[in-house]
Design a protein around this ligand. Structure first.
Ligand SMILES: Nc1ncnc2c1ncn2[C@@H]1O[C@H](COP(=O)(O)OP(=O)(O)OP(=O)(O)O)[C@@H](O)[C@H]1O
Ligand SMILES: [Mg+2]
Length: 520
């Protein structure tokens, strides 16, 4: 990091001037400028692939810009490495977690800079400081818990604690809320306000415009790697932001039409009395208790509940990714034995998982190859993948889901986060499953593409696919579900018909508190 000699006292905390960055076949950023003051939260928004994460990687020393300048408090800033950005007081929480799964929470918070005394790692101090940070965040996590055992939401909290521990002047959060429930989001937004009060600058990237309006002071919009406009949050509306993002007006939130009466037929998927005992923080605990549900062809069943209520555990057990101790699964009315995902796939069940990067994509392979992986059976003849068929199928889904890429041969690792997620969805859609389970299907997906995913889900249902959808976004649950099941502490706490499901009725079941938790 190099500081110039003269600091202008009135200069903004961070200034980005005319920054450009290209990759082979993609101009990710073109002459982008923005600034952030201390005590201010800047929301950075834009469609999947607009260049948000690339810009943040430049600010955190991962990439060098091809052109343009950065300055911090009026001093030119040249970042040769992430370490230099960290030393300059810039902390980043990545869109894809960057934690060491086999290390504990406190080891992750202090990774690379463990407090040392005479060469000894002072674990106790590390633990104490970690606990203080988690307390500040209001998070009930044990510093010794192993990150591998944490939920996505808990891992996110570790990332945030790690950033706070850096005593940063500028905190960058790249889609920090996409894995959190409403209550957890509210807690995070409070944390952001606390950072502002302490005079820190925050750059907050999100696809959720309600969060933009709730937490930011200004909004900068990127479109196709360029500045598309800037608004003060006071004058911003969702419509104005979306128009700048996509260059057009979008219709209202998509709403699935009610399932036809045929959806009262025999369930395509039925779960009876499913139970599982597991360990939580090394103690035996009931993970799933006597869960029964059914999904009929043509129906979308929404699975709501707080993070940790057992939704992901349930669908993983059904899909054969985790074992279960009691109960049975029926497909088309017949009891089946699903011991591994391959059994589920053979029976026509697909699962778009929550943790897409870890579980669903081979990052080093091309988009084309990833889309065809799950469906190799139908594409392979005499053991040879039919390349033409593979390309045609990949092309169809890249267009249908507007996956932004210079070519079908692009490696998935080079796609933006949202576009990687679309590849996972494409992979499962291309299998033509008769039961499709989707765990947070539009997390990290921009507003335009979200509507496209919702249309696709609705089309699938119309074609007779039975869809089971986990979502922590209540508008998505309410808009898309024919019926809503709400889980709490490993059980189905209740079922709501389409007409009876409201934010309040769902939250009341999810929390077990009449009226739900107060929104604050
Ligand atoms: N290492 C790389 N190699 C090639 N292309 C890249 C690389 N990193 C990013 N890109 C491309 O640059 C563009 C911008 O990507 P970026 O990740 O910045 O988007 P984003 O705005 O963060 O999108 P999202 O909302 O999906 O996270 C995309 O077209 C992406 O595919
Ligand atoms: Mg991104």
């Amino acid at each position: 990091m190099v500081y110039g000699r003269h600091a202008a006292p009135s200069a903004p905390l961070l200034r980005v001037d005319g920054v450009s960055k290209g990759f082979p076949g993609v101009q990710a950023l073109q002459g982008v400028s923005l600034q952030v003051d201390g005590g201010e939260c800047l929301a950075l928004v834009g469609e999947n692939g607009a260049g948000k994460s690339t810009l943040m990687k430049i600010l955190s020393g991962v990439y060098a810009p091809d052109e343009g300048q950065l300055s911090l408090n009026g001093r030119p800033l040249s970042l040769g490495s992430p370490r230099q950005a960290q030393d300059a007081g810039i902390a980043i929480i990545y869109q894809e977690f960057n934690l060491m799964p086999n290390l504990s929470v406190s080891e992750n918070v202090f990774v690379g800079r463990e407090p040392n005394a005479a060469g000894l790692v002072r674990r106790r101090a590390m633990r104490r400081q970690t606990r203080e940070l988690l307390d500040q965040l209001g998070v009930a996590l044990h510093p010794d818990a192993i990150v591998r055992d944490l939920s996505v939401a808990e891992q996110q909290m570790v990332e945030i604690a790690k950033a706070l521990s850096l005593n940063a002047r500028l905190v960058i959060m790249d889609e920090p809320t996409s894995a959190l429930t409403e209550t957890e989001v509210a807690a995070l937004l409070r944390i952001v306000r606390g950072l502002k009060e302490r005079g820190l600058g925050v750059i907050f990237i999100t696809h959720r415009l309600d969060e933009v309006l709730a937490v930011s002071d200004r909004v900068t919009v990127l479109r196709d790697g360029q500045n598309a406009g800037e608004l003060s949050t006071a004058e911003a509306t969702p419509e104005r932001i979306v128009r700048l993002m996509v260059g057009r007006n979008l219709g209202d939130f998509f709403r699935k039409e009610a399932a036809p009466s045929a959806a009262t037929g025999r369930p395509a998927l039925e779960v009876r009395g499913l139970g599982r005992t597991g360990t939580v923080r090394d103690a035996a605990a009931i993970v799933l208790h006597d869960v029964s549900l059914s999904v009929r062809p043509g129906e979308i069943v929404g699975l709501a509940g707080l993070v940790g209520s057992g939704r992901t555990e349930l669908v993983r057990a059904v899909f054969g990714a985790d074992p279960f101790d009691h109960g049975e699964v029926l497909v088309d009315g017949r009891a089946v034995s699903i011991r591994a995902p391959r059994d589920a796939i053979r029976l026509g069940i697909g699962l778009v998982p929550e943790d897409r990067k870890a579980q669903a994509l081979i990052l080093g392979l091309a988009i084309r190859e990833n889309i065809s992986l799950a469906g190799l059976g139908s594409l392979a003849r005499f053991g040879v993948v039919r390349r033409g068929a593979e390309r045609a199928r990949a092309r169809h889904f890249v267009d249908a889901l507007s996956i932004r890429t210079p070519s079908l041969d692009q490696k998935v690792v080079n796609l933006s986060g949202g576009n990687q997620q679309k590849v996972v969805i494409a992979k499962w859609l291309s299998l033509r499953p008769k039961v499709l389970i989707m765990d947070e299907p539009t997390r990290g997906i921009d507003v335009g593409a979200k509507a496209e995913v919702h249309h696709l889900m609705s089309d699938l249902a119309r074609q007779g696919v039975a869809v089971l959808m986990i979502s922590s976004e209540l508008p998505e649950i309410l808009g898309m579900s024919d019926r809503v099941l709400v889980m709490r502490q490993g059980r189905i706490a209740g079922e709501l018909a389409r007409g009876d499901a409201t934010q309040e009725s769902i939250m009341a079941l999810a929390t077990g508190v009449a009226g739900g938790l107060s929104a604050a």
